[in-house]
Design a protein around this ligand. Structure first.
Ligand code: GRG
Length: 293
């Protein structure tokens, strides 16, 4: 699985390198440097892998899939840059190096996030991504929904509002469905959009992504207490420090592990409508609950 992730990551790196603006001595070059610093770093690139794997189910062109994968990673990178800012999670470490506002400054980090988010939609709307404008519109709409007020940004608001409060399991589940699940769901559905697959197939992929995304989050909560900052490449133990309601706090470590395994199996079951071609998606579901960072 790690080998497959790294192969996809190398292809994605080349695509991102071609898309992201280059610093060539322009007055605004600091912005370009910050965008590249935060996007070309050492992330797991799970969401791009999901786009490429779902596109692989429908024989979509590699170039289209890579451009959509790049757009997803750009939105993800923006969210991490903004999440690390002092006004939000206030974290100095990301992907094993200083977070964007530490390496540059706060204003540049805000602008780099804004620019990545905006340029991601330009990529999706471009005919280079898909020759059919209806497919491009569908991609733009679906990513906007996943990243916006009813998705990641809404989830982030709930997360911030919940600091120091006790959420129950349903509330924590809802928070993570929005904050991380919707972006995973877009990544999985994107291949089906590119391949003009029927609604029932899109639904199966969304259901897979929601269960897998929740399993990912539970594992994230477990790693936050079990792994070191060095292993994670980000500050460990923050959930406790910020008095967040997590799955570990609600369920305890053993039950949290069990719940993640159960969700992983459930995610894989949603793929029963596919044969061997869905093996990368099955493998990634297992990987998210077994990973060490
Ligand atoms: C600021 C609008 C806005 C949203 C921020 C994604 C997010 C919302 C915050 C990140 C903080 C966090 C720890 C979220 C929980 C899990 C998560 C999304 C972790 C980061 O994703 P990975 O592990 O990161 O895929 P890499 O670095 O591998 O890309």
């Amino acid at each position: 699985m790690i080998a497959e992730l790294s192969a996809a990551s190398a292809d994605l790196g080349e695509t991102l390198d071609g898309i992201l603006p280059r610093a060539n001595g322009q007055i605004e070059q600091r912005l370009y440097q910050a965008m590249r610093y935060s996007t070309l770093g050492d992330g797991k690139r799970l969401r791009p892998f999901l786009v490429l794997s779902s596109a692989g189910l429908f024989k979509v062109s590699r170039r289209s899939a890579l451009r959509v994968a790049a757009a997803v990673e750009m939105v993800h990178s923006y969210s991490l840059i903004h999440d690390d800012l002092p006004a939000m999670d206030d974290d100095d470490l990301r992907r094993g190096k200083p977070s964007c506002h530490k390496q540059f400054d706060e204003a540049t980090a805000i602008l780099a996030g804004d620019a990545l988010l905006t340029q991601a939609f330009e990529v999706l709307a471009d005919e280079d991504t898909h020759p059919d404008p209806r497919v491009c519109t569908d991609l733009v709409r679906a990513l906007a929904r996943a990243a916006g007020p009813h998705g990641m940004v809404g989830g982030q608001m709930i997360d911030l509002a919940g600091e120091g409060q006790s959420f129950d399991q349903a509330q924590v589940t809802h928070l993570h469905l929005l904050k991380t699940g919707r972006m995973f769901a877009f990544a999985c559905e994107a291949g089906a959009i590119l391949g003009k697959a029927p609604k029932s197939i899109r639904l199966a992929l969304r259901s897979y992504a929601h269960d897998m995304g929740l399993a990912f989050q539970i594992k994230d909560d477990i790693l936050d207490v079990e792994a070191s900052s060095e292993e994670l490449g980000k500050t460990a133990g923050k959930d406790v420090d910020q008095e967040k309601s997590t799955f570990v706090k609600l369920l305890g470590l053993d039950q949290a592990r069990e719940q993640a395994r159960m969700l992983c199996d459930q995610a894989i079951n949603h793929l029963n409508c596919f044969d061997g071609e869905a093996e990368p998606l099955r493998a990634v579901a297992r990987f998210v609950v077994e990973r060490g960072r």
